[in-house]
Write a protein that binds this ligand. Structure first.
Ligand SMILES: NC(=O)C1=CN([C@@H]2O[C@H](COP(=O)(O)OP(=O)(O)OC[C@H]3O[C@@H](n4cnc5c(N)ncnc54)[C@H](O)[C@@H]3O)[C@@H](O)[C@H]2O)C=CC1
Ligand SMILES: O=C([O-])CC(=O)C(=O)O
Length: 381
C-alpha cells in the first residue's frame, strides 16, 4: 500500500512536471500566460500532410488560443489527424481530404484563420518563380473556398512563389467580391527568424535578444534585412555586412541544397508560421502592440505588395507602420528590388485574370449546355 501510494505520488509529480512542461511550451509559443488566454478560435491548415503542414499542425495543436484545428490536404491527411488527435491538449482536430472544392469548403467553414503551406517545394537549381505553374492554382482554390466558407477569416500564405501567390489570391478574391486587403498575409517570418539566428551567432548572443526588421518580399534581393536597425547594434565591416545580407537572402537555397532533392525548409518554416499565426491570434483577441513584418497589399513603395512592420488587431492589419528609417545603402537595395517585385506581382495578376476568364467561359458553356438540354426536352414534347 505504502509502496503503491509512494509510486502514485512519484507518477503524479512526474505528470505534473509534464503538464508544467507543456504549459511552458504553450507559453513559449504564445507569449501569453495560459490562465489569461481564451481557447476560442478555429484555425485551418491547407496542405496539412506536407513537410511544413505536419510540424506546423503539431505546433498549433499546442496553442492555447486554438479551439479547433481543421486539417486539409489532397492526400494522406487522415493519418495526420489521427496521430495529432492523441495529443493531450484541448484543441479539437478534424480533417478533410480530397481534390474537390467541396472538401476544402467544408474544411474552411467558419475559420478565423486559414494558413496555407500547400504546394510543391523547390528542387536544387530551381528558382521560386519556377513553382508558379504548379502552385498558382492553390491560391485560386483557397480564395474561392474562403469566399464561400469564411469570407472574414485572415489568410496567411506560405506557398511559393510568395511574391506572386499573394497577388493571385488578392485578384481572385476581388473578382468574387470578398477581398479585404487587411486580412491577407504572405508569411515572411522565416526571413526574420533566420536574420535573428545569424546575427545572434555573429553577436554571440541568444537569438531571443536580437531584433531586426526584414522588409520587401520573399525571394533573393527582394528580401531586405535592415541590418542598420539591428538591436543590439551591429558593428561590422562593409564586407561582413554584405555577406550577412546575402546569407539571409539565400538561406532558403542553402536548405534546398542541403536537402539535395528532398525539398526545402520545413521545420524552421513550421516554427516561423506557428509564431506568425500566434501573433494573428493575439491581434484577433484584441491584444495591443502585436507587430509582425508580412507581405501584404501596400502603398508604401511603388510595389503593390510589400512587407513592412504591421500592427495586428481584431480585423487583421490595424496599421501599416511603413518603411523604417534606412541607411543609404539599404535605400539603394530597396530601389533595386522594386522592378523585380513589380514583375512578380504583374505575373500574379495575369495568372489570376486568365483563371477568372477561363472560369467565366466554363460557366457560360455550362449555362448554354443546360439551356440546350431544356430546349431539346421542349422540342420532344
Ligand atoms: N514562405 C516561406 O518562407 C516558405 C515557403 N515554402 C513553400 O511552402 C510550400 C510547401 O512546402 P512543403 O511543405 O515542403 O511541401 P510538401 O510537398 O512537403 O507539402 C505540400 C503539401 O501540400 C499538399 N497540396 C498541394 N496542393 C494542394 C492543394 N491544391 N490543396 C490541398 N493540398 C495541397 C500536398 O499534398 C502536400 O501534402 C512550397 O511551395 C514551398 O516552396 C517553403 C519554405 C518557406
Ligand atoms: O527556398 C525555398 O524554396 C523555400 C523558401 O521559401 C525558404 O526556405 O525561404
Amino acid at each position: 500500500m505504502m509502496a503503491n501510494s509512494c509510486g502514485y505520488t512519484i507518477w503524479l509529480r512526474r505528470s505534473q512536471n509534464l503538464l508544467r512542461l507543456s504549459q511552458l511550451q504553450e507559453n513559449m509559443i504564445s507569449g501569453t500566460h495560459r490562465t489569461h488566454s481564451v481557447r476560442n478560435y478555429k484555425v485551418s491548415v491547407v496542405g496539412a500532410a506536407g513537410g511544413i503542414g505536419q510540424p506546423l499542425s503539431l505546433l498549433l495543436k499546442q496553442n492555447p488560443l486554438i479551439k479547433e484545428l481543421s486539417l486539409h490536404d489532397r492526400t494522406n491527411v487522415k493519418g495526420v489527424n489521427m496521430d495529432l488527435s492523441h495529443i493531450c491538449t484541448a484543441t479539437k482536430v478534424e480533417s478533410f481530404q480530397g481534390e474537390d472544392p467541396a472538401s476544402l469548403v467544408d474544411a474552411l467553414h467558419d475559420s478565423n484563420i486559414v494558413v496555407v503551406p500547400a504546394g510543391m517545394p523547390r528542387k536544387p537549381d530551381m528558382t521560386r518563380d519556377q513553382l508558379l505553374g504548379a502552385n498558382g492554382e492553390v491560391a485560386i482554390s483557397v480564395s474561392r473556398a474562403m469566399c464561400a466558407a469564411c469570407p472574414k477569416a485572415l489568410v496567411a500564405y506560405i506557398t511559393n512563389p510568395l511574391n506572386t501567390v499573394v497577388p493571385i489570391a488578392a485578384e481572385t478574391m476581388k473578382s468574387l467580391g470578398c477581398y479585404d486587403p487587411k486580412r491577407m498575409f504572405g508569411v515572411t517570418t522565416l526571413d526574420i527568424v533566420r536574420a535573428r539566428t545569424f546575427l545572434a551567432q555573429r553577436l554571440k548572443l541568444d537569438p531571443a535578444e536580437v531584433n531586426i526588421p526584414v522588409i520587401g518580399g520573399h525571394a533573393g534581393i527582394t528580401i531586405l534585412p535592415l541590418l542598420s536597425l539591428c538591436s543590439p547594434k551591429l558593428c561590422a565591416t562593409p564586407d561582413e555586412w554584405k555577406a550577412l545580407t546575402h546569407r539571409i537572402q539565400e538561406a532558403g537555397t542553402e536548405v534546398v541544397k542541403a536537402k539535395a532533392g528532398g525539398g526545402s525548409a520545413t521545420l524552421s518554416m513550421a516554427y516561423a508560421a506557428a509564431h506568425f499565426v500566434n501573433s494573428l491570434l493575439r491581434g484577433l483577441k484584441g491584444e495591443s502592440g502585436v507587430v509582425e513584418c508580412s507581405y501584404v497589399a501596400s502603398d508604401v513603395t511603388e510595389a503593390a505588395f510589400f512587407s513592412t512592420p504591421l500592427e495586428l488587431g481584431p480585423e487583421g492589419i490595424k496599421k501599416n507602420l511603413g518603411l523604417p528609417k534606412m541607411s543609404d545603402d539599404e535605400k539603394e537595395q530597396l530601389k533595386k528590388m522594386i522592378p523585380e517585385l513589380k514583375t512578380s506581382i504583374a505575373a500574379g495578376i495575369d495568372f489570376a485574370q486568365e483563371a477568372i476568364c477561363c472560369a467565366k467561359i466554363a460557366e457560360a458553356e455550362a449555362k448554354a449546355k443546360a439551356l440546350k438540354k431544356k430546349n431539346d426536352k421542349c422540342k420532344k414534347k
